[in-house]
Write a protein that binds this ligand. Structure first.
Ligand SMILES: NC(=O)c1ccc[n+]([C@@H]2O[C@H](COP(=O)([O-])OP(=O)(O)OC[C@H]3O[C@@H](n4cnc5c(N)ncnc54)[C@H](O)[C@@H]3O)[C@@H](O)[C@H]2O)c1
Length: 268
């Protein structure tokens, strides 16, 4: 594999202050990409960017980005282009979860999750594609990468709204691939299972709070024992290779695909 396979690629990553977004940003830059770290947590975004710039391969900038705002998405795209000259790849990673049993879902829970996970993905894709179209066709495709989940294909009763939002990410991947093909923009995604990040650490606590699990740590154990073929949880390092593949020329002939990186959960 070319160790500099992302050289010349300028990539906007949302939600990259921490967790998988930060790991992907660092991995992209190790392979030569320039990255714009967009997050509602500007301090965290700046820390990720500083680590990348200190490491000294690809360059990084940080921007404050609330993904639910069209203006913020447009500004993050503009910041990427102002700094690096153009944008080649958008990775729509920002997301959150807040479990509720079906009859306990209220409008606040619905709106919070659907806005950040799904509506914001559409906004980010559209504003990034708008810039790509304005840049004109190249002899390689521009790429949009959507972060789905095991919950993009599996109904999980304790996280109904999260499932709805992530099924939506799958639909945006399929429809975007068809709708943007004429502009030489591909749309793919990846779908993690259980990844140890701040999101899952909070979810583990929340599942006890709503009474779905009796103690912290039980959700991890039950999923490993009952659902996974590979008998361990995963970490951001397990995901970053697939994200880099989707950003690289190696995936140029793919579009409309959502790759599961979930230890075999989705085949059950
Ligand atoms: N951790 C898992 O097990 C898991 C599994 C499947 C899918 N995912 C998905 O992977 C993605 C990354 O998750 P993670 O586990 O790294 O989470 P994380 O909580 O560690 O990181 C999420 C990042 O998104 C940012 N963010 C939240 N709301 C935002 C907003 N409105 N605007 C901009 N940024 C915002 C947060 O500040 C944070 O930096 C999410 O889309 C998540 O749904 C996670």
């Amino acid at each position: 594999m070319d160790p500099n396979r992302l050289k010349g690629k300028n990539i906007l990553i949302t939600g990259a202050a921490r967790g998988m977004g930060a790991a992907n940003a660092e991995h992209f830059a190790e392979q030569g990409a320039n990255v714009c770290i967009g997050d509602i947590n500007l301090d965290g975004a700046q820390e990720t960017a500083e680590r990348i710039n200190k490491a000294g391969n690809g360059k990084a900038i940080a921007v404050k980005l609330d993904v639910t705002s069209r203006e913020d998405n447009a500004a993050a795209v503009k910041a990427t282009v102002d700094e690096f000259g153009m944008i080649n790849v958008g990775l729509f990673n920002a997301g959150l979860n807040k479990p509720r049993f079906f009859m306990d879902i209220d409008e606040d829970n619905w709106d919070l999750i659907m806005n950040v996970n799904t509506k914001a993905m559409w906004l980010g894709m559209q504003e990034t594609a708008r810039q790509m179209i304005a840049q004109g066709k190249q002899d390689y495709p521009y790429k949009l990468i959507n972060v789905g989940s095991i919950a993009s294909r599996k109904p999980l009763v304790d996280v109904t709204v999260y499932c709805t939002s992530k099924y939506g990410c799958l639909a945006l991947t399929h429809c975007g691939a068809i709708g943007l093909a004429e502009h030489n923009i591909t749309v793919n995604g990846y779908a993690p299972g259980v990844v140890v990040t701040p999101l899952w650490e909070q979810l583990d606590k929340d599942l006890v709070d709503i009474g779905f699990k009796q103690r912290e740590g039980q959700a991890y154990e039950d999923i490993v024992n009952d659902a996974l073929q590979i008998k361990r949880v995963s970490y951001p390092d397990d995901v970053k290779g697939t994200a880099a593949f989707l950003a690289s020329p190696e995936s140029d002939y793919m579009t409309g695909q959502m790759i599961h990186i979930d230890g075999g959960w989705c085949i059950q």
